[in-house]
Design a protein around this ligand. Structure first.
Ligand code: BDR
Ligand code: CA
Length: 340
């Protein structure tokens, strides 16, 4: 049996963040050891409450959640995207308020602590603006040598942006942070709009979730109703892109890219029309992307298989017994049988 990898998740929960979190909880390849939130789809504080509530619903209330940066490195939080994710960030679905409280550290502090605890093996998955990751790099300049991998949902390599003609939301909301993260001394896997907009969840998938006996898949199915209404304006039918859960599945290694060249990438931090663009050097396109000296950004452009069936099948494993699972986990942990 494969040992699950330790994951730090940085998110702005968010409907598709909720899908990504649920996917990680369901995946046998991942063990989430900490979650930090950042302002993006909602404020970092609201994202943290959503995360705690989802964790409790899923029977994983033991996973620590830290509130991260409220404002980007430059400027201030713009109020989120209620027209995409709802006022509460999770499509106006009401979850029971979690009893668990927030960690007594910031998200950046949590990431640094976990990177030291799981030195060389921690996988970082960032599915919101990159402010916390940039702050962690400032707190611990050796962070790149401490983590195993960094996967970022963000950017647009050859595809158009979704906030401006060239900027994707997670990068747009903190270009200065994204620039620092892409320039740091580590290899980054970028999961941009090129591949996430081509990975679509349709109404029959939503129906499968709604018909589940599990509270988590059903809640996600309800959230998708809101998300589908937004994306209907983009695709012309009720459906949605799968940004964050796809990044999660790529990070755990459950889905394989068909095309993912390793290129040089930087972020435009000017105040002109290019602000927030991920400037990926895709000039190798015509030669089949030959290796580029010094390139460190693996840009996922396409997948070997359709992602939606795998996502739904994995989410449906989060069944009714989640609360029982958590009480078992808590009992084992208090008996010292589990270490984190
Ligand atoms: C990204 O922006 C957010 O709205 C989503 O949660 C995703 O992380 C897509 O551009
Ligand atoms: Ca997100």
């Amino acid at each position: 049996m494969t040992t699950p990898s330790a994951f730090y998740l940085d998110c702005d929960t968010g409907i598709d963040d909720a899908l990504a979190l649920a996917y990680l909880l369901a995946s046998p390849l991942a063990s989430v050891v900490g979650i930090g939130t950042v302002s993006g789809n909602v404020s970092a504080a609201v994202g943290a409450r959503n995360t705690l509530d989802l964790l409790e619903l899923a029977g994983h209330a033991h996973i620590p959640v830290a509130v991260g940066a409220h404002h980007p490195l430059a400027g201030s939080f713009g109020g989120g995207a209620p027209w995409v994710h709802g006022e509460n960030g999770i499509g106006e679905v009401s979850l029971a308020p979690a009893a668990a409280s927030l960690a007594g550290e910031s998200a950046a502090e949590m990431l640094v602590r976990l990177a030291r605890t799981h030195a060389g093996s921690l996988k970082v998955l960032a599915i919101g603006p990159l402010t916390n990751i940039a702050e962690a790099l400032r707190l611990e300049p050796a962070l790149p040598s401490l983590v195993d991998s960094v996967t970022v949902m963000g950017g647009a390599a050859l595809a158009p942006g979704n906030i401006t003609p060239v900027a994707e939301a997670n990068i747009w909301h903190d270009p200065e942070a994204a620039a620092l993260v892409l320039a740091a001394d580590w290899d980054v896997t970028l999961v941009p709009l090129d591949v996430t907009m081509a990975s679509v969840l349709e109404e029959p998938h939503q129906q499968q979730l709604l018909a589940s006996s599990g509270a988590v898949p059903r809640a996600l199915g309800e959230m998708l109703g809101y998300y589908f209404r937004f994306y209907e304006g983009i695709y012309g039918r009720p459906c949605s892109a799968m940004h964050d859960p796809l990044a999660a599945a790529l990070a755990v290694g459950a889905v394989r890219p068909a095309l993912a060249p390793v290129v040089r990438a930087a972020v435009d931090t000017t105040s002109g029309p290019g602000r927030g663009q991920t400037v990926c050097d895709m000039r190798g396109l015509y030669a089949g992307y030959p290796p580029v000296a010094g390139a460190r950004c693996r840009v996922v452009l396409s997948l070997e298989e359709d992602f939606a069936p795998h996502l739904v099948d994995t989410l449906l494993t989060l069944g009714e017994d989640a609360a029982v699972l958590d009480s078992t986990t808590a009992a084992l942990a208090s008996a010292g049988a589990l270490t984190r």
